[in-house]
Design a protein around this ligand. Structure first.
Ligand code: SF4
Length: 228
């Protein structure tokens, strides 16, 4: 009886009233519910729902577009070569995955059969819309002070529609999800470049993470924003 009362209290507490431990429990419960989601057709082709990982109490959240093949087979965000590159760029700023929370706009891999192989494809607007409640609830729980969007699709969902990476990357915006949101190159995009273009884009990502880290430090001195 006492246990069920404690569970009910935990479910009904507002996110900003949760202790760090309670937030971890609530994120775990949300991930468990998402793991059986069939709200869109991607549920039929996925191996795993890739919910997110990291520190649910982190002031900095990194959000990509969606899982690829490696993420789909492991159930973890940002693994494979792009995950290695992201980890390297975080490390150059003294940051590990334990200091941030990583998630994607959609939780299941969007893919299409081409030449006998499943290839990644951008999610449709309907798929993105179907998955939005999971992203909303995750951000509501984590309550990041700063969001770094990785890639244009993420920036279009978090910052504004029609986001132009070449013109708007590296600039700060206010978003309904966090007071400070910025976009950086997605590591998978950087890996498609070569030579000086690769080096320049990699440097941009390291610098954008550095800016996000500094923004977290200054934002911590401000009162928290009420989300949604
Ligand atoms: S992509 Fe999102 S909405 Fe679609 S099945 Fe996966 S978790 Fe559910």
């Amino acid at each position: 009886m006492a246990e069920s009362k404690a569970i009910l209290e935990l479910q009904t507490k507002a996110p900003d009233e949760l202790t760090s431990e309670e937030k971890i429990v609530r994120i775990g419960q949300l991930a468990e519910r998402a793991s059986i989601c069939v709200a869109c057709g991607l549920s039929r082709t996925r191996s795993h729902v890739v919910f997110g990982e990291g520190n649910p109490n982190a002031p900095l959240m990194l959000i990509g577009e969606g899982p690829g093949q490696n993420e789909d087979s492991t159930g973890r965000p940002f693994v494979g070569r792009s995950g290695v590159l992201l980890d390297e760029c975080l490390k150059e700023n003294g940051i590990t995955r334990k200091h941030v929370y990583l998630a994607n706009v959609i939780r299941c891999r969007a893919c299409v059969m081409e030449n006998g192989r499943l290839q990644n494809r951008p999610p449709t607007p309907e798929e993105t819309k179907a998955c939005a409640p999971w992203l909303d609830q995750t951000i509501q729980l984590v309550q990041p002070r700063v969001i770094l969007c990785l890639g244009a699709p993420s920036a279009a969902s978090i910052i504004h529609k029609g986001f132009k990476m070449t013109q708007e990357r590296g600039q700060w915006f206010e978003s309904r999800y966090a007071r400070y949101a910025m976009a950086a190159w997605h590591p998978a995009y950087i890996l498609r470049l070569q030579g000086e273009a690769y080096e320049a884009a990699r440097r941009d990502l390291v610098n954008d993470i550095a800016n996000a880290r500094l923004k977290v430090i200054s934002a911590k001195k401000e009162p928290k924003m009420t989300l949604f």
